[in-house]
Ligand binder design. Sequence first.
Ligand code: SAH
Length: 248
Amino acid sequence: MDIPRIFNITESAHRIHNPITAEQLATLGSALRLEAGTRVLDLGSGSGEMLCTWARDHGVIGTGIDMSRLFTEQAKRRADALGVTDQVEFIHGNAAGYISEEKVGVAACVGATWIGGGFAGTIELLVRSLRTGGIILIGEPFWRQLPPTEAVARGCLANAIADFLMLPELLASFGRLGYDVVEMVLADQDGWDRYEAAKWLTMRRWLEANPEDEFAQEVRAQLTAEPVRYAAYTREYLGWGVFALMPR
Ligand code: SAH
């Protein structure tokens, strides 16, 4: 079981697989006023940066589940490097339907809400692991500018304009689902650059090391096209944020 190989190639050097920066992740950890010993569940935990740094900085404990074998190994190595292996656990697996045995103070899915069939289904899944008074974290894109055409939405690698909402509508929809939005940290274009542009050097280095690989043509095509596509579309039109929610 694994995610499509292309992501394990293009994001192999990423610590954070989203447009949120390390600084913003720290800001979010502080904003949530985490207490030592708080249990955190992270579905689609990637390379584990959120759990590992919050374990180091705030003394949280927790579990991450991720379908990428590579990212899960990286998460374990990161826990080791930060000296938090007794606080965090990383499981390689499918997080769809995952409910923790013990209730958690923070239940998160940051940039992987397809796990629950979209953010509404993911919130429904996460709340089943949440203790009373706990916080749900959802990382999700939104349109910072509404695409003028469906072609522009596809340029952002969305299927359609309808895939995402504008920020006020996204916040309103959390309310309609019965949740208070109690905090948020939003990505900016610099953060998007860190996430997207970091893939380009990784792809270039990977191509130099793997010229005969069966994926070389695909990676070459992406490296050639991505900078212009990203600047024309994603960077202009797509926003992204982590939203902290509490059931009303
Ligand atoms: N939350 C992390 C990773 C976000 S990228 C971060 O912010 O850095 C999305 C992640 O979801 C990837 O790590 C990918 O491997 C993982 N993923 C995709 N489908 C999954 C599934 N069904 N179950 C668990 N993880 C999944």
